[in-house]
Write a protein that binds this ligand. Structure first.
Ligand code: 5GP
Ligand code: ZN
Length: 113
């Protein structure tokens, strides 16, 4: 738990979120400002700032985020979806606790803006 980190507070239950999945090491919850009919975030409970700060010891955890995110997508009725990690301000990162966006339920354009 890192003080003043929004997603550490959500994972600790100090700030409410609409949870879709939770286990000992990760959590999936709906994005507060959804950009698609299905838009949720998968986070590790461990505070990692961003993809650039993923350590070797985190590799299995980050891999699980993809597997669990895909399962939760299926549970929420989507088989086609986009996974996004923003790293740094210029890439659009606004919360500095690593999170994987899962977006689907509409057709998505490429490349992203
Ligand atoms: P980023 O821009 O850092 O990749 O994504 C952060 C995401 O967190 C945004 O899509 C934003 O809507 C979402 N978000 C920000 N604050 C909250 C919150 O308090 N609760 C939830 N559920 N999502 C949030
Ligand atoms: Zn955090």
């Amino acid at each position: 738990m890192t003080a003043d980190c929004l997603f550490c507070k959500i994972s600790a239950g100090e700030i409410p979120a609409e949870k879709l999945y939770e286990d000992d090491e990760m959590l999936a919850f709906r994005d507060i400002a959804p950009q698609a009919p299905v838009h949720f975030l998968v986070i590790p409970k461990k505070h990692i700032q961003d993809p650039a700060n993923v350590g070797e010891e985190d590799e299995a955890l980050i891999g699980r985020m993809m597997r669990i995110g895909s399962l939760v997508a299926k549970e929420n009725g989507i088989t086609d979806f986009r996974l996004i990690y923003n790293n740094g301000l210029e890439a659009g990162q606004t919360v500095f606790h690593i999170h994987m966006h899962v977006l689907g339920g509409r057709s998505l354009t490429w490349p992203p803006g």
